[in-house]
Every structure is written in C-alpha cells, then in structure tokens.
Design a protein around this ligand. Sequence first.
Ligand code: NAG
Ligand code: NAG
Length: 242
Amino acid sequence: MMATPRRISYINTPSFDTNTTTYQIRHSYVSSMLHFLKRPHSLPFVLTIFLLLTWISLRMHHASKFSSSMIQTHLDSTINDDMKANLVRFKAQIPSESGLKVYRHRTSSKIVKDKRGWSLDPLSLASDSGISGGALTCASIHAGEIRPGTLRGNHRHHDCNETLVIWGATTIYRLENSNVPNVGYAEVTIGSDDVIVAASPRGTAHAIKNIDPIRSTFFFGCQDSIISYNASSTDFNVWKDL
Ligand SMILES: *[C@@H]1O[C@H](CO)[C@@H](O)[C@H](O)[C@H]1NC(C)=O
Ligand SMILES: *[C@@H]1O[C@H](CO)[C@@H](O)[C@H](O)[C@H]1NC(C)=O
C-alpha cells in the first residue's frame, strides 16, 4: 500500500523539472547507498573504508615526519660539509629569516646586518667561528669577480695562509682535505643568497667555480704573505675535473 504512492511520485518527478535529472540520478544513487549501508552485510565494506582512511592518514603523517627528518639530515650534512671545507656560512638576506639552524650555527655577532645589507670582519669572524688555519693578518688582499661558468683558484699556495669571503652566486667551493676518503677534498655549494668565510691554510688547494647561470660570484681574499705565483710557491691546476 505504501510503496505505490512513493513510486508514483518518483516516476512523476522528472516531468516536474527536467533539469534535475542528474541530481535525481545522484540522489537515487545516494539513497540506495544509504539503504545498502543500513544492512548488516555492509559492515565489512564500511570497515574496509574506515581502514583505508586510517591507512591514508597514517601514510600522510609518516610522509610529513619523513620529509622533516630529511630536511634535518640535509642540514646536518650541510654543517658537516661546511666543517670539512673549513668554512662558516650565513644568509645574506635581511632579516635572517631562514630559521634554519645551519646558518646560525657557529656564526656570531661579527656579522652586522641592517637595512643596508650585511658587513663583516672576516678574520675575527673566522676565529670566533672556530675556522682555523687561515690568514690572521693581511699582507696582501685580493678582491674580484668570477663570472658564470668560470673558475678561480684551483691552486695550492705553499707560502701563505688565506682567509676568503665568497658570495653573490651559486658557486662550488672546494678545499683539499686529506680526511675525506677517496677524493681527498671537501666540496660545498654556496647558494646565491649565502655568504661564506673560509680558511685555506698554506699547502692546501682551493678552487672557486661559479655554476650560476646569470650572477657573478664575488670574493675577497686575505693572505698573510705576498703571494707569488711562481711555480715553486704555487701549484696550478690541481684538479682536472673542475
Ligand atoms: C701560516 O700558518 C702557519 C700555521 O698556523 C704558521 O706557522 C705560519 O706562520 C703562517 N704564515 C705563513 C706565511 O706561513
Ligand atoms: C718564487 O716565490 C718564492 C716565494 O715568494 C720566492 O722565494 C722565490 O724566489 C720565487 N722564485 C722565482 C724563480 O721567482
């Protein structure tokens, strides 16, 4: 008795409003779904959906934890590589908003930043940051530019220690380090927004290569003796792969 009027109203509905056909198909789908879910035999199905959602949420949680631990690992390895390359690094941007501990690590108040930009005393910054073996006084000073795709250094001075400041572009800095297995050098990439202060003790090869597509790398070098670029005091083209 009850089924008949309902059926009639259902059949009649399209003639009242032909635009709602899609809605009705969906509506009837939803109601048959609800009908199905009310039945006891839908329980495994509901449980499966529930388990699937739980699995997805756990996966997402795991993924976010995993990526933050990846970032931490990356930071730790950056600090580690910076130490092997005997340098300290900070962000040029103002304020220092990176929030990444690598850039605060071992740096000090010797870096002055204000709205004009940054400035620093490389020698006291190096000694305050535990970077040793560089020049402690400057008998000669070199400053210059390294254009995209070009290289400076790749040499080994036997008669001077050197303290370097490098910034301005994506740049590879390589320092000879016999403690690094196989290759015998430490290598870091300096970001275009990074400034590094590095020490290269006498008898240690170093190289600076600009790998930036557009920007120039700038450097400042302080040497504790007058560099002579003759063959007995400097080895040239130390690495062939640069
Ligand atoms: C370079 O550093 C070494 C070791 O710290 C030091 O003995 C030497 O006097 C420094 N200067 C030169 C020009 O070698
Ligand atoms: C090479 O440089 C060293 C160190 O400055 C100097 O003592 C030596 O006389 C130079 N040799 C030549 C051939 O110029």
